[in-house]
Design a protein around this ligand. Structure first.
Ligand code: BGP
Length: 473
């Protein structure tokens, strides 16, 4: 390929992605209720607290609630054509089970949408991103309870009625396949994971899948122009060795991952987990109406991609590595980030091809990036970060993405995770930075909240402006 030629189609959407609880702060402003995140100061690495504690960085996060205009202007400066953010459910329904929404919460997202519109940036809205209202978690045990479907439906109807005419792209649940691994974070399930039975967990998955399909049905009714997608953790899995037993282990791991996209894209449960359900004594409560609702399939499939893993059939080699919510057996051929997440650009090309071959639905990469410790320095008197490691990571992944498009895969767009530094979901740290924009806030809560452009900021702007021509093979 001639390096000066664009590698991406003109209509390709470029941008970044955040979640309300990781950026907004203002955890009690304008009538917001508490969410599970307000009592999770340690992410998924520790038990929740009884009430919000001062060490919880998410209570203030990076104060996007008050600084959104400044931040969106910086995104516009990089040339974003799309911005993915989530709506905090507890701003709209503070407890989650009320009849009427909180107007002040709705008005905040009107203002965010106004600002995006001003800059010609397309919104991509996640309806539920790891921020279940705390009351729903504590009173109903989150998605284990069927009544959650009704609360979610009311919330979704409110959102489509209010914003349906101005938001085209919607995601029903962030990383819906995470509930099996992080039940509180992903499913708002208050019972500790060790005390949950497989039946309770899979029933919670079922309720979320029905709610997700219901959201698609409601979109057709209230926002006919809207496109609704599911969102999963994509985790390509390789056999650790050529031993057929390892490949069989890969097949099983793939089934657990494919299950969620299969239901969303095909509108019915696959058969391949039946044996597992029978062995585990799992009997799901699935009504005829549920099956009918599940037929409302998605318009596109979106996913986060950070890393790949290996699988093995040999119990002695089955070591649990670090990873995005779910780890796997480490791959001896790959480097890893400072948090042990293995770096694998080729895995992105593979997963894009695999999903496209399986569903022939448009794909959207809605999270990808490198969490790293950054060092603030001064260049010509201006604070910045010389984050060549981040540029390397993204350059490799964007080339793999361009290759997948060359393979014939239909990809709508790419939103990097955390275009501005934010609070980590798994560790609740600010020092695990993903941004093109540095935020002066530290793990101990100190800092001015000032924003500084990193080296990657100018790099990403050029990649977007040149439609990928500036990427380095
Ligand atoms: C995904 C989540 C995000 C995000 C990202 C990076 O699992 O959807 O909310 O935080 O991973 O993970 P972390 O913040 O743990 O580094």
């Amino acid at each position: 390929m001639n390096d000066s030629q664009p590698r991406f189609p003109r209509e390709f959407l470029w941008g970044g992605a955040v979640a309300a609880n990781q950026v907004e702060g203002a955890y009690l402003a304008d009538g917001k209720g508490l969410s599970i995140q307000d009592v999770m100061p340690h992410g998924i690495k520790g038990a929740p607290t009884q009430e919000p504690t001062p060490d919880n960085l998410k209570l203030e996060a990076i104060d996007f609630y008050h600084r959104y205009a400044e931040d969106i202007a910086l995104f516009a400066e990089m040339g974003f054509s799309v911005f993915r953010f989530s709506i905090a459910w507890s701003r709209i329904f503070p407890n989650g089970d009320e009849e009427t929404p909180n107007e002040a919460g709705l008005a905040f997202y009107d203002r965010v949408l106004d600002e995006l519109e001003k800059h010609g940036i397309e919104p991509l809205v996640t309806i539920s991103h790891y921020e279940t209202p705390l009351h729903l978690a504590q009173t109903y045990d989150g998605w284990t309870d069927r009544r959650m479907i009704g609360f979610y439906e009311r919330y979704v109807r409110t959102l489509f009625t209010r914003y349906g005419h101005r938001v085209k792209y919607w995601l029903t649940f962030n990383e819906i396949n995470a509930v099996l691994h992080a039940p509180l974070l992903s499913g708002g399930i208050w019972t500790p994971k060790e005390e949950l039975s497989p039946s309770q967990l899979w029933q919670a998955c079922h309720h979320e899948l029905v709610a997700s399909a219901l959201a698609t049905r409601i979109a057709r009714e209230l926002a006919p122009g809207a496109k609704v997608g599911c969102m999963v953790i994509a985790l390509p899995t390789y056999p650790l060795t050529p031993d057929p037993a390892d490949l069989l282990a890969v097949m099983t791991a793939d089934h657990f991952n494919d299950f969620f996209t299969d239901v969303h894209a095909r509108g019915a449960y696959p058969k391949y987990l039946d044996r597992y359900f029978a062995e585990q004594g799992i009997e799901l409560d699935i009504t005829d109406e549920d099956r009918e609702i599940l037929r409302n399939t998605v318009d596109f499939i979106s996913f986060s991609y950070y890393m790949s893993v290996c699988e093995t059939g040999d119990p002695a080699k089955k070591i649990a590595g670090e990873g995005n919510i779910m780890g796997g057996v480490p791959n001896p051929t790959l480097p890893a980030s400072e948090w042990g997440w293995q770096i694998d650009p080729t895995g992105l090309r593979l997963v894009l091809n695999r999903l496209w071959e399986r569903y022939q639905l448009p794909l959207f990469i809605v999270e990808n990036g490198l969490g790293a410790k950054d060092q603030l320095v001064e260049v010509d008197g201006v604070p910045t970060v010389l984050d060549d490691y981040r540029i390397d990571y993204m350059n490799g992944h964007l080339l793999a993405l361009a290759d997948a498009i060359g393979d014939g895969v239909d990809v709508l767009g790419y939103t990097s995770w955390g275009p501005i530094d934010l609070v980590s979901a798994s560790t609740a740290q600010l020092s695990k930075r993903y941004g093109f924009i540095y935020v002066d806030r530290n793990d101990d809560g100190s800092g001015t909240m000032a924003r500084y452009r990193k080296k990657s900021f100018g790099w990403y702007r050029e990649v977007i402006a040149s439609q990928g021509a500036t990427l380095q093979p």
